[in-house]
Design a protein around this ligand. Structure first.
Ligand code: IPM
Ligand code: MG
Length: 372
């Protein structure tokens, strides 16, 4: 029996393209793993009314971790329109499968390293080495949303928060409410993970990115917890920044920062910004990590217009496999893989279209495999 059982969910769009690339590299590394393919993505929403079928959840439960490609998420109206006719008007609601996986498996840490590899023509600067720690289960992603706004909910909100009265004249179907739920427990947890990472990898500071001057309760709570946790790490400085200013500082002086920690929505936004600083989503890997399970996925989406063309840059997916190897404890293989990716980028002979080259997804993966 193989040492690891790994669920493989290519998803849709270019998910399959990058997953094929990933397998070339994992096979060359001779990872002792059994790969179990599973269904996820837009196709299963359209035909079964669920983009994350129960059989896939069951499959994941039987594995050590999961490698995930990409999936399409569309707004409500489009999602409803693409359902097979037999499934329409049944009140089915599309919700992002990756967000569901994060919550159902309590994958509380979203780890997103963004490093400028030498030779990458898309680097914003060559001295960038950022790591985003994004809380992964709550905040505006909690899914506690109201539309139309039920009278009872409005009454309760008015009773407890006078500021709500300003919206009293607005009709129920002219207002939508999404709750930003932030718990002490999850805030503490993500901040601790960020500090532990900083300690293990030699970073001198952790920057907590929130907006407590305006979003006083939720961001306030997050920052308070960050301060408490930071006391356990006297050698690492805690810097505090507001999300808006942080976006500016990251453009101005990205080289000054290392580990960033923030809540779910801000982390979503800022991790795209950080990714662009090191070449765009084609270079940005991520791990959704819980205590007992983890799902590894490139930060990019499914880019449907390139699906099946084997054109997109597989680097994000390959670096995602590197994160998985780290998590599995295969640090030697992880290091080899990162070095091989770095070597290919440094030489610059093989480059995908986003880098101004003509190499295909698989050519890039083979070049990395050759370096191993
Ligand atoms: C990400 C993506 C997801 C998110 C989408 C696809 C639901 O943007 O992983 O950053 O918003 O978290
Ligand atoms: Mg995102």
């Amino acid at each position: 029996m193989a040492k690891y059982r790994i669920a493989v969910l290519p998803g849709d769009g270019i998910g399959k393209d990058v997953m094929d690339a990933c397998r070339i590299v994992l096979d060359k590394l001779e990872l002792d793993a059994e790969y179990l393919p599973g269904d996820i993505g837009w196709e299963f929403w359209c035909t079964e009314g669920d983009p994350l079928p129960k059989r896939t959840i069951e499959l994941l439960k039987k594995t050590d971790c999961c490698l995930f490609g990409a999936i399409t998420s569309k707004p409500k109206e489009e999602a409803d329109a693409e359902l097979t006719p037999a499934l329409r008007d049944r009140g089915l609601v599309y919700s992002s499968p990756i967000v569901r996986l994060r919550q159902e498996f309590n994958l509380a840490t979203n780890l997103r390293p963004c490093k400028a590899y030498a030779g990458n023509p898309l680097n914003y600067r060559d001295d960038i080495d950022l790591v985003v720690f994004r809380e992964n289960t709550e905040d505006l992603y909690s899914g506690v949303e109201f539309y139309p706004l039920p009278d009872e909910v409005r009454e309760v909100l008015c009773k407890h928060q006078p500021k709500m009265k300003r919206f009293n004249q607005v009709a129920a179907d002219e207002v939508a409410v999404s709750l930003r739920i932030i718990t002490q427990q999850a805030s503490r947890h993500i901040v601790r993970k960020a500090f532990e990472y900083a300690q293990q990898h030699g970073y001198k500071s952790v920057t907590v990115v929130e907006k407590p001057n305006v979003i006083r309760e939720t961001s306030g709570l997050f920052v308070r917890e960050a301060r408490k946790v930071s006391r356990d790490f006297p050698d690492i400085a805690l810097w505090e920044a507001n999300i808006d200013a942080m976006c500016m500082w990251l453009i101005k002086n990205p080289q000054d920062y290392g580990v960033l920690v923030t809540s779910n929505m801000f982390g979503d936004i800022i991790s795209d910004l950080c990714a662009q600083l090191v070449g765009g989503l084609g270079f940005s890997s991520s791990g959704n990590i819980g205590d007992a399970y983890a799902v590894f996925e490139p930060t990019h989406g499914s880019a449907p217009k390139y699906a099946g063309q084997y054109k997109v840059n597989p680097t994000a997916m390959l670096l995602t496999a590197k994160l998985m190897l780290d998590w599995l404890g295969e640090s030697e293989k992880a290091g080899c893989l990162e070095n091989a990716v770095a070597a290919v980028l440094r030489e610059g002979k093989i480059a995908t279209y986003d880098m101004g080259g003509k190499s295909s997804t698989l050519e890039m993966a083979r070049a990395v495999a050759e370096k191993l």
